[in-house]
Design a protein around this ligand. Structure first.
Ligand code: ADP
Length: 162
């Protein structure tokens, strides 16, 4: 069984992330979307909220071989524990490359048998990241085509009760 981890902050999940999850789900027997808990960023959504938003997004597009988990600490240790042989990362533009390349090589140094696999989303999502979604919706902009339905709902709720 080929298992892949897709780690990230997912604050919140966007359709760009979801595009990568769907592509990975066709390549691997099982994909575990893994929410980073100890990220240096202060998230807008709690770990539980981020996990629940991913679960409902995955359910909405009916992907059966995708599960959601959370991790803190060294990613490759978590990958070993989950028996994953691959780490999935998304590449949007050249600007992602340098950081992703460094992380991939460091992870390979730590765990030579775990391979980082880069996937590119549909080009309509290449300009997307979670922070621009948070920013634009905070300012009252429309992001509904860019995020799963559950994200849109929770964003609306959070911004209303500010
Ligand atoms: P991190 O803080 O680990 O970068 P993110 O949630 O921002 O977490 O991203 C997780 C992964 O998803 C990264 O590999 C990132 O490049 C990728 N990603 C983010 N947004 C998109 C998108 N719009 N299209 C494709 N990949 C994306």
């Amino acid at each position: 069984m080929k298992i892949a981890l897709y780690p990230g902050t997912f604050d919140p999940i966007t359709k760009g992330h979801l595009d990568i999850i769907e592509r990975a789900s066709h390549l691997f027997d099982k994909v575990i979307v893994t929410v980073a808990v100890n990220s240096s960023k202060t998230p807008m959504f709690t770990t539980e909220e981020r996990m629940e938003l991913i679960r409902s997004a995955v359910k909405e597009i009916k992907l059966k071989n995708v599960s959601v988990d959370a991790f803190s600490g060294l990613l490759v240790n978590f990958a070993r524990k989950k028996k994953a042989s691959a780490l999935i990362r998304g590449l949007r533009a050249v600007s992602d490359f340098e950081y992703e390349f460094q992380m991939a090589l460091m992870n390979r140094k730590q765990a030579p048998t775990i391979t980082t696999v880069f996937l590119m989303p549909h080009e309509k999502y290449t300009y997307l990241n979670s922070s621009i979604i948070r920013e634009v919706s905070r300012l009252g902009g429309d992001v509904k085509d860019l995020v799963p339905t559950a994200v849109q709902k929770l964003l609306d709720q959070k911004l209303k009760t500010r």
